[in-house]
Every structure is written in C-alpha cells, then in structure tokens.
Design a binder for this molecule. Structure first.
Ligand SMILES: O=CC(=O)O
Length: 313
C-alpha cells in the first residue's frame, strides 16, 4: 500500500479511537476503515472536504453510514466476493460443530479430564445427525448460496428465505425450496443459518417472536452480524431449552460477549467463535488487493468496482 500511496497506517491491528478517526478524516483523501471502525453520520459530517473515498476493508458495510457519505459526496466501497467461500466454510463448520458436539469433544481432550477418558462407549458424546435434515438459509446472497452448496453436499435439503428468489438454474442445481414467508420456513427447518447482511431492515430480523417459531430440536448458526438476531431473546431460548443449540461467530456487542452465552458454551449449548468467518491469510490478502483496486480506479476517474450505493435498507 505504502509503495503506491502516501499512507498513514494504524500498525497496531486495533480499532482507532473516535478522535483518531476524526483526525484522519480531516487529513486523508481516502479512509480505509475495517469493520470495527464505526464511521457514523457525525464523523462523516465533520470530515474535511478533501475526503473523497471510504474504501472499507470489509465485506459487511454496516459500520459505515453510506447515506451520510453520499450526501457529503463521499464514495464508499467494500471488499465482496473474496471471502465468500471462507465464510461459507466457517458457517458449515458451525453447522457441524454444534449438533455433533465437536467443540465439546475437542475441549474434553484438551482439558483437565483428558487423561481420565475411558474410551469409546455406545452413549458417549451423542450428538444429532446432520445428513437428511433441513437447513433454512436466511439471506441467499453470495455467502448464503455458497453455504447451500456445502449443505447439499452434506446431505441436507436446502430451504431459503430471501428478498427475492434466486435464479432458477441455481435453485434447480441446489434443489432449493424458496420460502416467501420467513416465519413458515423457521417453523419447519432443523438448522437455521443466518447469512443476510446487517441493515436497518434486518436489525433483529430473528426476533423473540420468530425465535419462538423455531422447533426445540433445531439449531441456529450466525456468521453474518450479531444484530440480525435479538441476542437477549436467543439467550433466553437456549437457557430454557426452547432451541437445541447455537453456533455464533458474531455478537451484538463485539468484542464484548454476553457472559450468559459463555456459560451456555461451557454447557455445550453453544459454540462461540471470535468473529473469524473470513479469517484466512488468503482472504485478507485478496481484501487488501480489492481495497487498492477500488482506490486506484476511483482516482483514475472511473467508478470503483465495489462501490456501495446508498439506500440499502
Ligand atoms: O465480517 C467480515 C466482513 O464483513 O468482512
């Protein structure tokens, strides 16, 4: 990056403070935030007139107020596509981990009781079968579709809810069933996978009312953003055994994880990951390349390939 542009970098791999962000936005022509930097309307309002591009190092763009940026004539870009397969892999890992008690088993052999293991026995660590079950994908964009491909290969039947139907060829290839009604789909599937972006319209989409529709034997997995699920309501469902288990890579108040969720993880009711869905070396390199291409294209006077348009709600 610094070979191509005159850069000021945050070398610490930690989110900048609001004051540091504000100062950067007074000086830089381009801001490259990550998903942990909250670029809200207030910061954008105070930005200097030289700031023309916010090239986010993230797929999700819920951390940037794109409408406020557009009003101030600032273009916003993100880094889609390059982390689709990695995030879908991690989603599938959670789909397998929770019902098959993978984390519990691994922790057991890494924990204090490991040496006391008595060996295989017929009722030891029984989980629930994946093959032949129904997965309900909430949000059938790139990542949702990549999850569906994997799920089908694992013998799950694919159900999905989306704002619109996906193209008929892909639907046929995945043998996927489209549900116009999210409520009806939630009531019928064995695993719910949340793969839609966080927007004002998807805030608490999986609400307390909808969580109550999910069957008690079903599991829920979220690798999207924490606020798509009403986390407090999910915790209550898990504590009261109204849902069999949850696999969560994202949380409502990251990096704070609700201690009740941690307690549920210790009881084997949840597998929690620290937002690592796209965390591969390859995806980070590809994301960096996308940021550079977006900046370059923009300053060459063209429309950057990953421009995020306002009005996404
Ligand atoms: O969650 C990761 C991303 O949005 O890039």
């Amino acid at each position: 990056m610094s070979e191509l542009f005159d850069t000021t970098c945050n070398h610490d791999d930690r989110p900048l403070s609001r004051a540091e962000l504000a100062a950067a936005m007074q000086q830089a022509d381009v801001l490259v935030p990550t998903l942990t930097d909250q670029i809200d309307a207030g910061l954008i309002e105070e930005a200097g007139p030289q700031l023309k591009l916010i090239a986010s190092f993230s797929n999700g763009i819920d951390n940037v107020d794109v409408d406020a940026a557009a009003k101030k004539g600032i273009t916003v870009t993100n880094t889609p596509n390059v982390l689709t397969e990695d995030t879908a892999d991690m989603t599938m890992a959670l789909v397998l981990s929770v019902p098959r008690r993978l984390a519990e088993g691994a922790h057991f052999l890494a924990g204090p009781d490991a040496e006391g293991w008595q060996g295989w026995s017929p009722t030891w660590m029984l989980g629930r079968r994946i093959w032949g079950k129904r997965i309900g994908i909430v949000g059938m964009g790139r990542i949702g579709t990549a999850v569906a491909r994997r799920a089908k290969a694992f013998g799950l039947s694919v159900h999905y809810h989306n704002r619109g139907r996906i193209n008929p060829e892909t639907e046929a290839e995945l043998e996927a069933t489209y549900w116009d009604s999210l409520d009806q789909m939630l009531a019928r599937v064995d695993i719910v996978s949340v793969n839609c972006p966080s927007t004002p319209a998807t805030y608490h989409l999986i609400s307390a009312r909808r969580l109550a529709l999910i069957r008690p034997e079903a599991y829920i997995v979220n690798t999207s953003r924490g606020d798509v699920i009403d986390e407090e309501a999910l915790i209550r469902c898990l504590e009261e055994d109204r849902i069999a288990g949850a696999g969560l890579d994202v949380f409502e108040n990251e990096p704070d994880v609700n201690p009740r969720l941690i307690a549920l993880a210790r009881k084997g009711k949840a597998v929690l990951l620290p937002h690592m869905g796209s965390a591969t070396l390859e995806s980070r390199i590809d994301m960096g390349d996308k940021v550079i291409i977006n900046i370059r294209t923009f300053f060459d006077g063209h429309r950057p390939p990953n421009r995020v348009l306002p009005g996404r709600a």
